[in-house]
Design a protein around this ligand. Sequence first.
Ligand SMILES: [Zn+2]
Length: 152
Amino acid sequence: MRTQRQVVDYSLKKRAVLRELLAGRVGTYDVCDASPYLKNAARFHGEPTEERCPICRSENLIHVHYIYGDELKHSAGQARTLAELPVLAMTLREFQVFVVEVCLGCDWNHLVEQFLLGRDGLAEGGSEQGAVGGVTAPGIGPARERRREAQR
Ligand SMILES: [Zn+2]
């Protein structure tokens, strides 16, 4: 997503948790504690991945995208599908996205990353204009984004 910024990657933290688990310092009970809400969000708004669950290795992980921000009002804290995010990013100035991975098999869940989205990001660095390559996530129409920009 081209307006994505201030990305915080939590993969190191995740690896640390998995190490603790292997070492027996934490139990699966402590890390496989997905709430019914999170699991529902994964079922209805989640993005399936090709990545196997690191705990049970029987299910693929599902990414859930939670959105936060003042502009969202009552929608703040809700889960959205990946396809909905670029639409919001064109409508709102700024909002925060938290990506959580969930396994519906064993209830493993962990924060994957967080980032900001929104029109504010378009004001910075116009040099990448036209750079629509393989970096765009599936389901996002770069052509539409370009058209919107042309209107500005
Ligand atoms: Zn699992």
